[in-house]
Design a protein. Structure first.
Length: 152
């Protein structure tokens, strides 16, 4: 049986499941409070579901004609199945339709899986922010700043 994949807006009733995914997927996860605070008018937040189960989400904020991807996560049990790719492609299409010119993001220098996904989706490295992220060992790690230009 083929899976039924849907990409839709995040709703308040989704937060518990999103928080589960957040904790399972990230090295240093957001708190529930941070997750809930990153919602609202200026955000463009999408979830991806397989057979009606939420398996991932993307959170981005729009300022004038630019947007920043604050978070993207796929449930580890569903990673490596092109779901992150489909979610990010759909986000890029929707942002372009809204007139957004550039999508920015930051990614840990050690997060090669995410960097590969971003390169596949047309992002280029712009600069490095030194010691930007905390690590679980109490140290700091560089961030790569990447951008995708949507005027295609
Ligand atoms: C990064 C993330 C969102 C990618 O989602 P995904 O559904 O697993 O990725 P996809 O299956 O769409 O893969 C797209 C490409 O990314 C790379 N990639 C992603 N996950 C990978 C993995 N586990 N192993 C190797 N390559 C991987 C590959 O290049 C892949 O393309 P390919 O299949 O043609 O080789 C997901 O792995 C995740 O949630 N990671 C933890 C949270 C995180 O790091 N978020 C990003 C920083 S905020």
């Amino acid at each position: 049986m083929s899976s039924h994949i849907r990409i839709e807006w995040i709703e308040p009733q989704d937060f518990e499941r999103l928080f589960e995914i957040e904790q399972a997927a990230h090295l240093v996860p957001w708190s529930m409070g941070t997750l809930k605070n990153n919602q609202g008018e200026r955000y463009h937040n999408l979830k991806i579901s397989v057979n009606q189960q939420i398996v991932g989400f993307a959170i981005s904020q729009i300022v004038v004609d630019e947007a920043t991807l604050f978070n993207i996560a796929i449930d580890p049990a569903f990673q490596g199945q092109k779901l992150g790719f489909q979610l990010l492609q759909q986000l890029l299409v929707q942002l372009q339709q809204k007139g957004i010119k550039t999508l920015w993001l930051e990614v840990r220098e050690s997060n090669h899986n995410a960097q590969k996904l971003y390169e596949q989706c047309g992002f280029n490295e712009v600069c490095v922010r030194r010691d930007y992220y905390p690590t679980p060992e109490g140290k700091r790690e560089n961030a790569l700043v990447m951008a995708a230009y949507l005027s295609f």
